[in-house]
Design a binder for this molecule. Structure first.
Ligand code: SAM
Length: 350
């Protein structure tokens, strides 16, 4: 554990996982040994190894450096590191930031901040659930912080909320440091499974769920398979006819190649509808995050015109707090894409 308030920048932090080093080596080779291998040049040009985003470049700041967004890094001023341990799967850190409240970081990548988590949790939940009448059985993959559970609990039609999170440390840390987010676990309809979402879905009986929400970290580390075709096939199998899935789908500014592959796989697998939506989350790389919204064949789902709109006026269930970000206008607007993204994501006119 770090001494109170001392910013670690030396080698105390675990270095990146092998898979990330592999990716960096490939990138470094492609760049003929350029400086894309995750080190920061400081002062007199000496190289300092970047470890888990705590940068020695500006002491007292957290810089989110990753091969997933080469050449850029969002930084937050750190007041105090509150937790720092390595779980079976990843490095888990919580720090008090100067302007975004407490921050949860996994393997050097920001997962949520107290200030802007509402945007992500509300959109990834209400885009799918407000698009189907009376959702009853919902599955969350990942989402160990509990924020999506908090949002699903707003729907009084829901009678079962399963969550499969691979890392128990994320659950316990979220309950300790993010009670406003982890409040989702208090709902009696929630069933927590600690395990790999890939295996959980493979074992799920066909047609079990009305909705699956894949609140995963990035496709580096334990979440890699959650972005691959076999996983989407198992999601489709676990959904009822006309069931819906919403997945975390990266940034149109940074990951069009990943998004293109996901869209292509989803078009082959989901025979209802396939849509991409996006929203603003200031502390995610490039300040935006996207969502894949798909439905299986069966009752038609029009994601752009929700049949089960949720808003403060007729809040579903026993929500303890009003919606901070989501509303029906921002729901519809989320599907409006810039031209460079439309060309890649929308079906090609034949
Ligand atoms: N909002 C964040 C984002 O957009 O990157 C995601 C937050 S949530 C904390 C991501 C969760 O996915 C983490 O708790 C991580 O442990 C979990 N996760 C990663 N791979 C997983 C897998 N294969 N099965 C289940 N959970 C997984």
């Amino acid at each position: 554990m770090a001494e109170e308030g001392i910013i670690i920048s030396g080698s105390e932090l675990p270095i990146k996982r092998p898979r990330e080093e592999e990716l960096e080596e490939t990138m470094a080779e492609n760049n003929n040994g350029g400086n894309d291998n995750g080190v920061s040049l400081v002062n007199n040009g000496e190289e300092e190894q970047q470890v888990n985003g705590l940068s020695a470049v500006i002491p007292g700041w957290f810089s989110e450096i990753s091969p997933m967004w080469p050449g850029e890094a969002h930084s937050l001023k750190v007041e105090k590191i509150l937790f720092q341990e390595k779980s079976k799967y990843q490095n888990v850190m919580v720090f008090q930031s100067a302007t975004y409240g407490k921050v949860l970081v996994l393997d050097g990548v920001i997962q949520l901040t107290e200030r802007d988590e509402c945007a992500y949790q509300e959109m990834i939940t209400h885009l799918p659930l407000s698009s189907i009448p009376n959702p009853k059985k919902v599955l969350v993959i990942g989402g160990g912080d509990g924020g999506v559970l908090r949002e699903v609990a707003r729907y009084s039609s829901v009678d079962q909320i399963d969550i499969c999170e691979i890392d128990e440390m994320v659950v316990t840390v979220s309950k300790e440091f993010f009670p406003e987010v982890a409040v989702g676990y208090d709902d009696p309809r929630v069933n927590l499974h600690i395990g790999d979402g890939v295996a959980f879905l493979k074992a799920a009986p066909e047609g079990t769920y009305d909705a699956v929400i894949v609140d995963s970290s990035d496709p580096i580390g334990p979440a890699q398979e959650l972005f691959e075709k076999p996983f989407f096939e198992s999601v489709a199998k676990a959904l009822r006819p006309g069931g819906v899935v919403c997945t975390q789908a990266e940034s149109i500014w940074l990951h069009m190649h990943i998004i293109e592959d996901i869209v292509s796989n989803c078009r082959q697998i989901f025979k209802g509808s396939v849509n991409y939506a996006w929203t603003t989350v200031p502390t995610y790389p490039s300040g935006v995050i996207g969502f894949m919204l798909c439905s299986t064949s069966g009752p038609a789902v029009d994601f752009k015109n929700p049949v089960n709109p949720i808003d403060d006026a007729k809040d579903h269930g026993n929500a303890k707090r009003p919606l901070k970000f989501y509303n029906s206008e921002i729901h519809s607007a989320a599907f409006c894409l810039p031209s460079f993204a439309k060309r890649v994501i929308e079906p090609k006119a034949n």
